[in-house]
Design a protein around this ligand. Structure first.
Ligand SMILES: *[C@@H]1O[C@H](CO)[C@@H](O)[C@H](O)[C@H]1NC(C)=O
Ligand SMILES: *[C@@H]1O[C@H](CO)[C@@H](O)[C@H](O)[C@H]1NC(C)=O
Ligand SMILES: *[C@@H]1O[C@H](CO)[C@@H](O)[C@H](O)[C@H]1NC(C)=O
Length: 489
């Protein structure tokens, strides 16, 4: 009797990088066959999800009313991916208008189930305010953080303490997280570097973004305990909340979380190209969906790829200063004749817009990934044992690199930030360091394969062995049921 299953409400932030991991989590919970799942978002995102859910899924998709034009956003802008970076805060503020609608939705759900409340609400890290509504109805509430625990911990501590403002040195420590060791000012995004306690960004970060985290019942992390212990320790110590490392939650290869027309190349065509290359010979280069590099760095990147002589797939987006979603102009932004040369020689593949990333990372021809170090990309790469050449651009990406290079040992950092100046010789050196048969290269690649095994084990759910992430998942669901009973509206 399906109707007797308890209900879980899940609410991701409006951005593919937030929706996809939470959807993957929903599909994992669905597999337990013990819960019904209500997945909530704005109309256009729900419409997109309708076509990406597996046909046999019983996840209920529910819309909250939202019209981007009412919030100073372009028409039909309901997703971070379709917005330039500077609209981030506008969309964030707009998302707060969903509060009364979400309250009504929860109230209706309870009413439809004759007064039985959902067993928990899992909301995105950017929707910490859901706690207030959960509290009102007496429902257990956790946030889902789609970043590494270490990266989030550094980010949290930096905004809370602004330690770089208390020193004349370029290097500093985090007062409440000394275990993270030293930081350098180049590891701060521009907004953070200039922040003092009185500016609007600090106020926004503290009050609206991170402060709700200290009130939630618990935190789910899309990470793996064995590789991310320090950050998990920071949050349980700092907030006194339960933390559950349940990651990685990934969609299966081939699941269509994006519509096919978003891809600059079909997965089949991409595979065909990779199939012709020797095993472990190709470098994959991508700066993610939200980001890009400066025009001069784009030229240096292209020169490096030609100079290093490796096979490569490069996902190109217009450089900083141009609309990131506009058409890519190779003859304007790349060295003259670059695209034709690499095509004729079969050396490289330029992909406009989206590449089928999981298909690429899981291919045996792949050797390394030059990445902006967004966590979703990194967990995908690590799940397939791919080592990283790191070029963090914003936010907590700087600390993800630190985790991967200094704590785990699967990465070499090549450059830092959106406005750094980097020369192609340096890029070549770092690519060769990871891909060549040097001692360092061998060590990094060996470590990456070890991490792949760690991740595989964390996700095991067998009769006589349960991995750390599956254990954490069970503990979380137990907490939902046990704690939920105790919470009074
Ligand atoms: C749906 O089908 C897929 C593939 O056959 C299977 O792995 C999955 O468990 C099914 N899901 C449900 C909810 O039945
Ligand atoms: C959103 O608001 C604009 C301006 O008021 C209106 O033209 C448009 O039709 C609305 N869109 C939807 C989907 O209701
Ligand atoms: C890396 O290997 C290439 C040939 O595959 C060679 O030309 C280059 O000099 C090597 N670089 C280093 C740093 O060893």
């Amino acid at each position: 009797m399906a109707e007797t299953k308890q209900n879980i409400v899940m609410f991701p932030y409006m951005g593919q990088g937030h929706i996809i991991p939470l959807l993957a989590l929903a599909l994992r919970i669905e597999k337990t066959n013990k819960y019904t799942i209500t997945f909530v978002n704005t109309p256009l995102n729900i419409k997109k999800l309708t076509s990406s859910l597996p046909p046999n899924s019983s996840i209920h998709l529910l819309e909250l009313p939202f019209n981007s034009s009412d919030h100073g956003l372009p028409p039909d802008a309901e997703n971070m991916d379709s917005l330039p970076y500077h609209h981030f805060i506008t969309l964030f503020r707009a998302s707060m208008s969903l509060k009364p609608h979400f309250r009504k939705l929860v109230s209706n759900l309870i009413h439809e189930r004759n007064g039985e409340k959902p067993v928990c609400i899992i909301s995105d890290m950017f929707l910490g305010w859901c706690k207030e509504i959960a509290q009102e109805f007496g429902i257990f509430h956790a946030i889902f953080i789609s970043c590494s625990a270490f990266g989030s911990a550094c980010y949290y501590s930096l905004w809370l303490n602004l330690p770089h403002r208390n020193t004349d040195s370029d290097e500093f420590m985090l007062p409440d997280f000394p275990e993270a060791s030293t930081f350098h000012v180049t590891q701060l995004s521009e907004v953070l570097r200039v922040a003092d306690a009185s500016d609007p960004t600090t106020a926004f970060q503290r009050k609206e973004l991170i402060s709700p985290w200290s009130k939630v019942d618990g935190i789910l992390f899309n990470t793996v305990e064995e590789i991310d212990k320090l950050g998990l320790m920071y949050f349980s110590r700092k907030l006194g909340r339960q933390v559950w490392p349940i990651g990685p939650v990934l969609l299966a290869p081939g699941s269509q979380a994006r519509s096919r027309r978003d891809f600059g190349i079909s997965p089949e065509e991409c595979k065909k190209w990779l199939d012709k290359k020797p095993s472990c010979s190709v470098l994959y280069v991508s700066f993610g969906s939200q980001n890009t590099i400066s025009p001069s760095n784009m030229i240096q990147m292209a020169m490096a790829l030609e100079a290093c002589g490796k096979f490569f797939i490069w996902v190109v987006r217009p450089p900083i200063g141009f609309d990131i979603n506009s058409e890519f102009k190779a003859n304007e932004w790349l060295p003259e004749g670059f695209e034709k040369r690499i095509k004729d020689s079969g050396r490289g593949l330029l992909v406009h817009k989206w590449a089928p990333q999981v298909e690429i990372l899981s291919h045996k021809s792949l050797s390394a990934f030059l990445s902006h170090c967004g966590w979703n990309s990194l967990v995908e790469a690590l799940s397939y044992g791919v080592p990283i050449v790191g070029w963090p651009l914003v936010a907590e990406q700087f600390y993800n690199v630190k985790l991967l290079e200094k704590e785990i040992g699967v990465c070499v950092e090549v450059a830092r930030g959106r406005s750094c100046e980097v020369f192609h010789e340096e890029i070549v050196a770092k690519i060769e360091m990871v891909m060549n048969e040097s001692e360092k290269g061998k060590e990094i690649r060996k470590k990456a394969l070890e991490v792949k095994e760690i991740i595989k084990n964390a996700l095991k759910d067998e009769e006589n062995f349960m991995g750390s992430s599956m254990k954490a998942m069970d503990q979380f669901l137990d907490a939902c049921i046990n704690e939920n009973k105790k919470i009074q509206p």
